[in-house]
Design a protein around this ligand. Structure first.
Ligand code: DX5
Ligand code: ZN
Length: 227
């Protein structure tokens, strides 16, 4: 079975004055998900957007909206993002003591549920929730800003996670990588076993987004280890 490989442009690096057009453009070039970064100025030192943006994006594209919550007490806001039309929601393990309960709330709404881990957070926080996850978001930079440099230590982390998921009967759990992903690092992470590739500045920061998405797709497919 061919494993899933998805490209998820992050609107954090898009032009917010014409957000609908920006999203429609990358969807036209084959984006699989649209990644929406939610920051509260507490969990990370930056403030971005809330559920209303998801609600409006829903009116311009049928493409799944992948919401990444970088906020404290994510459980307080998850119902609003579900209502707004998120297709997948990830929240940080470092941001709540109630990971299991929060995953259940997301899944009960038929929304894909994911846990995000900062670069320094070990994989073992996932040990007792493997059955409750649809995906794991591995931060490949420290969360908070677009345009940062990829952290190489996250490559063995993704390899280890993929081996662990496969060995424990959780091969269907997707690994999403986020931060500093470009054509080169997407290829490296595809080989390591990642499935979903978030890219903000690499896609929205360039003029010819079509070429970058095409090159990224090629790099991901060429490097994919599992058939
Ligand atoms: C960072 C966000 C990322 C960000 C990635 O905290 O979670 O999704 O948009 O931006 P790039 O691809 O520019 O590193
Ligand atoms: Zn993100």
């Amino acid at each position: 079975m061919e494993s899933l490989r998805l490209i998820a442009p992050s609107i954090l690096s898009a032009n917010f004055a014409k957000l609908g057009d920006e999203v429609t453009e990358v969807v036209g070039y084959g984006a699989d998900w649209i990644h929406v970064d939610v920051m509260d100025g507490q969990f990370v030192p930056n403030i971005t957007m809330g559920p209303i943006v998801v609600e409006w994006l829903k009116t311009v594209t049928p493409t799944p909206l992948d919401v990444h919550l970088m906020i404290v007490a994510p459980e307080a806001y998850i119902p609003d993002f579900i209502k707004a039309g998120a297709s997948s929601i990830s929240f940080h393990a470092e941001a709540t003591p109630h990971i299991h309960r929060t995953l259940q709330v997301i899944r009960e709404a038929n929304v894909r549920a994911g846990v995000a881990l900062n670069p320094s957070t070990p994989l073992n926080v996932l040990e007792y929730i493997l059955d409750d996850l649809d995906f794991v978001l591995i931060m490949t930079v420290n969360p908070g800003f677009g345009g940062q440099k990829f952290i190489p230590a996250t490559v063995p982390k993704v390899q280890k996670l993929r081996e662990w998921l496969d060995a424990t009967g959780h091969a269907e759990v997707l690994i999403e990588v986020d931060g500093g992903i470009n054509v080169t690092t997407a290829g490296v992470m595809s080989e390591a076993g990642a499935n979903a590739f978030v890219a903000g500045s690499a896609i929205f920061g360039v003029h010819n987004r079509q070429i970058i998405i095409k090159q990224m797709r090629q790099a991901i497919d060429t490097a994919a280890p599992r058939l």
